[in-house]
Design a binder for this molecule. Structure first.
Ligand SMILES: Cc1ncc(COP(=O)(O)O)c(C=O)c1O
Length: 386
């Protein structure tokens, strides 16, 4: 039988990060001792108070549909957090609680673009943005940024690819994969650019609490001149070790939110009450989250310092996230060849840079959301094969 599939969905490419995760699991199942630096989730447990709130919700029969936008106490608490931590002027009607940040991104993109529209992605950027754009029958367009310049966003880079069809720009800060954080100067450049070209901005801030060295996270929606153009996406997976609870949220002005909500309403209805209660509780677990951050910071320092000692390796100090973005010069290999070489010779899994955009031919992403012993083992193996 010949199936007829949706054309846009047929053009999507598989995720290299998921492929690598599966490859690592297969190798382990065969008894091969692999070290995986491809993981995108904290190796910490969800704070106990959050788990307890989730269990209590189930025991109290909070096992039915909830308010579709998300339970009111959670949306009110998030509005408070967004005002205090992010400087975003909002209330509970500007917030939609979603089953993960990923789904929030998907519905935001689907709501904002039409087939053939162009969506600007800062290169390199997280693997799923481009594919979600493709699924919406829109066209991902890379904004070329450079490793040498530590991926600083410039007006020239933005102007070099903008066109009449540009509708949306997706920003991620702190950035996966580079670990770079948005500066005020860059935010102003983006704001002026978006206003002049009538472009909406999706700002993915899922790593906002994983920042080090006293760096302060900046939400572009806190700039009043551009606030109405920004859809802020966030979630609990990375900063609160809650990947399995599948909960995120989206913030936008009421007109934009109403439209996204309509789509959401027909595709999801709501998310489980226990995940929402757990998320509400974790917003007051700052002490546990600080312990996790301190550990990531120590591992980051170790990994970067050791990587910098290896031949042909250059690496900026990541300001946030739990990833190191590494440039490796070795026999003119490209990033796929480098990742294959390290897997074959050292049995270490790294994500090739080209998974995040065409401009990262010599780069690899390495996660430090793994135990210190794994990092030490990976470094020892790199020393042998490089
Ligand atoms: C930049 C970025 N945004 C969104 C997500 C998805 O997060 P969630 O677990 O909430 O779907 C990820 C996960 O890898 C990510 O790295």
């Amino acid at each position: 039988m010949e199936y007829v599939f949706n054309k846009a969905i047929s053009q999507m490419l598989p995720s290299k990060t998921v492929d690598l995760m599966n490859k690592g699991m297969e190798m382990r199942a065969k008894g091969i001792d692999v070290v995986s630096l491809s993981v995108g989730e904290p190796d910490f447990n969800t704070p106990m108070a959050a788990s307890y709130a989730g269990i209590t919700a189930i025991c109290n029969n909070k096992t039915h549909y909830t308010e579709s936008r998300g339970i009111l106490p959670l949306r009110r608490r998030l509005a408070k957090k967004l005002k205090e931590d992010n400087g975003i002027d909002c209330n509970e009607m500007n917030i939609l609680v979603t089953p993960s940040a990923k789904f929030a991104l998907y519905i935001a993109i689907r709501t904002m673009v039409n087939p053939g529209d162009e969506v600007m992605l800062l290169d390199p950027s997280w693997v799923s943005y481009a594919q979600m754009v493709v699924a919406a029958a829109a066209v991902p367009v890379s904004v070329p940024l450079s490793f040498e310049n530590n991926y600083t966003i410039t007006r020239e880079a933005l102007e070099s690819v903008v066109s009449e069809k540009s509708r949306l720009l997706i920003l991620c800060t702190p950035n996966n994969p580079t670990g770079k954080m948005l500066t005020m100067e860059e935010a102003k450049i983006l704001a002026d650019f978006a206003n002049e070209h009538n472009i909406m901005i999706i700002s993915d801030e899922i790593y906002e609490k994983l920042v080090y060295d006293g760096n302060r996270h900046l939400s572009i929606a806190s700039l009043p001149e551009v606030a109405d153009r920004v859809i802020t996406i966030n979630g609990f997976s990375k900063c609160a070790a809650m990947t399995g609870w599948r909960i995120g949220y989206l913030v936008a002005n009421e007109v934009v939110l109403k439209q996204i909500y309509m789509f959401y309403n027909h595709t999801m209805t709501c998310i489980p009450a226990f995940s929402q209660e757990a998320a509400l509780a974790v917003l007051d677990c700052e002490k546990e989250l600080q312990i996790m951050r301190d550990s990531f910071c120590a591992r980051r320092n170790y990994l970067v310092n050791e990587l910098r000692k290896l031949p042909g390796v250059t690496c900026h100090m990541p300001q946030g996230t739990f990833y190191c973005w590494v440039k490796m010069e070795r026999n003119n290999m490209n990033s796929d060849q480098l990742a294959d070489y390290l897997l074959e010779k050292a049995k270490v899994i790294c994500v090739p840079g080209t998974a995040f955009g065409a401009g990262s031919e010599k780069c690899l992403r390495m996660s430090y959301a793994v135990p210190q012993a794994h990092l030490e083992e990976a470094i020892a193996r790199f020393k042998k094969v490089l």
